[in-house]
Design a protein around this ligand. Sequence first.
Ligand SMILES: Cc1cc2nc3c(=O)[nH]c(=O)nc-3n(C[C@H](O)[C@H](O)[C@H](O)COP(=O)(O)O)c2cc1C
Length: 313
Amino acid sequence: MSAQDGTTAPAPDLSVDFAGIALRNPVLTASGTFGYGVEFGPFLDLTRLGGFVAKSLTVDPRHGNPPPRIVETPAGMLNAISLENVGVDDFVATKLPAIPDGVPVIASVFGTEIDRYAEVCKRLTGVPKVAGLEVNASCPHVKAGGIEFGQDPQALATLVAACRSATDLPLVIKLSPNVTSPAEMARVCEGEGADGIAAINTLQALEVDPETRRPALANVLGGLSGPAIRPVAQRIVFQIAQAVSIPVCGMGGITCAADAVRFLLCGATAIQVGTANYLNPEVAGEIVEGLAAYCERHGVARVADLVGALDRS
Ligand SMILES: Cc1cc2nc3c(=O)[nH]c(=O)nc-3n(C[C@H](O)[C@H](O)[C@H](O)COP(=O)(O)O)c2cc1C
């Protein structure tokens, strides 16, 4: 960018510190929508991203729900994949080595019981390339675990405490939007030693096929994601950011740089791109470029200056 005196202004500083993880920019990809990262290598240079969050991992490999488990809805999609994954040990042995050096990997942790979550945390601690852990306390379509932990403050506190004592890695807790007060849940996490909050996971939802008169998903209920949920997600990120002093990673319906800016202004320190990856596997890289262009256009020297800078005057 040319400054008024004809000199070239320095490129904006896109780096942020999220929960003790140094990111070259605040754009990550969301768990479950970006595989184990390696699948996106042909489309996107992963080193352009701030980092990525891998598919949630359990101690043992897990099969998902029977099909149909994805359905398109207006401005979004409903899924009930149910945390199908290769298991933590296979992830470490076969997926991680293919990730280029210098790409911060945040591993997502899931379990049907608290000690299973803690075991996954333990197995990921000290593993090269794993920069931090995101505990999925919020999957809305798994029969045991997930949603219960994310909806009951006491269970959530026990879960966070168990994960905290299992790892010294940066610990981020991903919260459910399917609660009355996400801010209260975030405070519980902060009180138990979490380093950051991620919000939001999908909204519990139901789609119906009027011809067959059946639910569109075999699981009946699923999780709604995509642009339809973005204003809800922004509201929740805003409320959480006001309630805690640990940083928030915001997501829900982000499709472009303007959406990323919206979340930063609401108080997110970093953001994640989820459903949009299905439409355009390069979108997260494009958002990084769009964010830099936004900063240049608005004379923002450091992207971190946008965090929580919503003008309510
Ligand atoms: C197909 C699919 C699978 C997902 N799997 C996971 C998962 O394994 N773990 C998790 O924490 N979130 C999972 N999510 C939720 C996303 O990470 C994200 O929180 C949510 O989709 C909202 O962001 P978006 O609207 O940009 O997709 C999944 C979402 C989708 C659409």
